[in-house]
Design a protein around this ligand. Structure first.
Ligand SMILES: [Zn+2]
Length: 398
């Protein structure tokens, strides 16, 4: 595992040391301060074959996402078996692969970022972590904090999928449900963290969740034979996966591990909460707060993502698009993939399969184009929400 050379601010490009725990850039001249990205000295890996390096590293306990330990921070992992999730070829669409992130511990992609962030929190000796969550980050933080013997303080909306509340409580986290959105939860964490001695482990407010998420970028390229697909569809709430994958592509190219044109990054939101899409369509560089956010895809209910500027830059630089689909389309796609592919998508995952159908119909993509569709969570975590959308009730006993 490589030593960290420095952390770099995504906005003002200041360099910050990683010797002590960091949150956002301490040197940004204006607010909101930029997120910090980890930089390593990877010169010894230049020109190596990724097949050799990863095969060497993926031995013994270094399974899952830790197979990429040569590009991750040097620390003893807190692991529950995250990463190396299935890349499933669609039975109907020639070029489509579904990246099944529901196979992660705690049933979602959030396991990657939080495994890494909690690993580093333990490395730094932090004792109390706090997070606002739309649901799945709460479950993941609670699990990894329990595994690390660290306190977790979790704030999520009152109407999160019930599974998120149950799991976080079962893992022994301090859980508070808030009558509001994730933005209200974030405000509470910000207001109380100093007094309570909490380290804020929110998306993009510490450097390491991105490092965990970036393994999705390495993994999808490796699973496609160290080649890029034509497009990557990503359900975009906080957007860290997209940001992490882009960082992975940059690193892999600098090492000579992958060549060719980077995939179009397709950021998908719900029409009930689409701040990034609105900014993308109006040509804006940042989003504005989405009022009255409402969608069955709870993970997409992020009225103003902290990383909006980064997401918009990536979508544009990749020649991709940001687009929204309706909750009706999401439900229809859950049923479509359930019946025809044997895959129970999360509502967020179904937003991208719905978007894929629409872009095929529009001729934006051809059926043969190689695309990766991210199912960011297991459908089983959303049975209450999905049942309600399906108007499905438990049959009463006779
Ligand atoms: Zn800065």
């Amino acid at each position: 595992m490589p030593p960290i050379s420095y952390l770099e601010c995504a906005r003002c490009h200041a360099h910050v040391s990683a010797d002590t725990p960091q949150t956002v850039c301490p040197q940004c001249p204006t607010q909101p301060a930029g997120s910090l990205f980890v930089h390593y000295d990877l010169s010894h890996l230049k020109g190596t074959s990724p097949r050799d390096v990863v095969a060497r590293d993926a031995q013994g306990p270094w399974a899952g996402m830790w197979r990429y330990r040569s590009v991750l921070p040097d620390a003893q992992p807190v692991t529950l078996g995250e990463g190396w999730t299935p890349m499933l070829k669609s039975r109907r669409h020639t070029g489509a692969y579904l990246k099944e992130e529901g196979a992660n511990p705690t049933g979602s992609f959030k396991a990657r970022g939080l495994a890494m962030a909690v690993t580093m929190a333990k490395h730094y000796g932090l004792r109390k972590l706090a997070v606002p969550s739309a649901g799945n980050a709460a479950g993941a933080l609670a699990a990894y904090a329990a595994a690390a013997g660290i306190e977790a303080h979790i704030f999520m909306p009152l109407d999160v999928p019930f599974a998120n509340y149950v799991e976080a409580t079962a893992y022994g986290a301090h859980v508070q449900l808030v009558d509001g959105l994730i933005s209200d939860c974030a405000r509470i964490v910000a207001e109380r963290k100093q007094q309570e001695g909490w380290f804020d482990i929110s998306t993009l407010k510490e450097p390491f969740r991105i490092e965990g998420k970036k393994t999705m970028g390495y993994e999808l390229v490796e699973q496609l034979g160290w080649e890029y697909p034509d497009a990557v569809f990503y359900p975009t709430g906080g957007g860290v996966g997209l940001i992490g994958m882009w960082k992975a592509f940059e690193e892999m190219e600098s090492l000579g591990w992958v060549r060719g044109k980077r995939p179009k990054m397709i950021a998908v939101q719900s029409s009930g909460c689409a701040p990034v899409v609105r900014a993308y369509e109006s040509g804006a560089g940042v989003s504005t707060m989405w009022q009255d956010a409402a969608t069955i895809a709870s993970g997409l209910r992020v009225p103003k993502p902290y990383g909006d500027a980064l997401i918009l830059d990536i979508v544009r630089a990749s020649d991709g698009i940001a687009m929204a689909v309706s909750d009706d389309d999401i439900l229809a796609s859950i049923l479509d993939w359930g019946r025809n592919e044997g895959i129970f998508l999360s509502p967020e995952g179904a937003s991208v399969t719905a978007a894929y159908d629409q872009l095929l119909a529009r001729g934006y993509l051809n059926p043969g184009d190689r695309v990766v569709l991210f199912n960011t969570g297991a459908g089983l975590k959303y049975t209450d929400v999905t049942a309600e959308a399906m108007k499905l009730k438990r049959p009463s006993a006779q």
